[in-house]
Design a protein around this ligand. Sequence first.
Ligand SMILES: Cc1cc2nc3c(=O)[nH]c(=O)nc-3n(C[C@H](O)[C@H](O)[C@H](O)COP(=O)(O)OP(=O)(O)OC[C@H]3O[C@@H](n4cnc5c(N)ncnc54)[C@H](O)[C@@H]3O)c2cc1C
Length: 136
Amino acid sequence: MTDWQTIYRSCTVVENREIARGSRWIKLHADDEHPVPYEPGHVLSLRMTQGEWQMRHAYTITWADADERTFNIIYRVIPNGRMTPKLALLEAGAKLEFSGVHHNPIRHEVNAGARHCRHRHGHGRWPALWLLPLRA
Ligand SMILES: Cc1cc2nc3c(=O)[nH]c(=O)nc-3n(C[C@H](O)[C@H](O)[C@H](O)COP(=O)(O)OP(=O)(O)OC[C@H]3O[C@@H](n4cnc5c(N)ncnc54)[C@H](O)[C@@H]3O)c2cc1C
């Protein structure tokens, strides 16, 4: 894990809308200049701070756009939950923090035996090396 994957980074809510009853789609824009190389299935940590109150949970990337520096998450609003009811109230422009990738279940659990090659994937000033599966 590189440094920028271990720190909490600031992001801004672009949109946060209901897509089905109790489920919402949140689009976030990374505020810094570190890479945003997320893929569907990557798990990151979202941290929310309101005054003295702070909470973080794991969420799964649904879609991301490295050039646009945005990533999207679908979340269920748990009516008596500590964080998701607060998350549901955030409007465009609100700030959150994120950290990770912390887990990649698709790669590690479903496709654990895959062979990999290093593939250079450009992201402007922040090229990142990604591990892509090799087709036999
Ligand atoms: C690897 C990983 C990936 C995850 N990805 C996502 C994601 O993409 N989208 C998403 O919405 N959540 C995801 N979660 C769950 C998320 O991390 C939080 O646990 C969830 O959002 C609840 O937050 P809360 O603070 O509102 O509820 P809490 O205050 O933590 O929980 C309140 C009560 O609701 C129960 N509860 C918690 N979650 C659920 C649930 N989903 N259904 C029913 N009851 C529940 C708890 O057991 C508790 O009794 C993921 C969790 C993990 C471990």
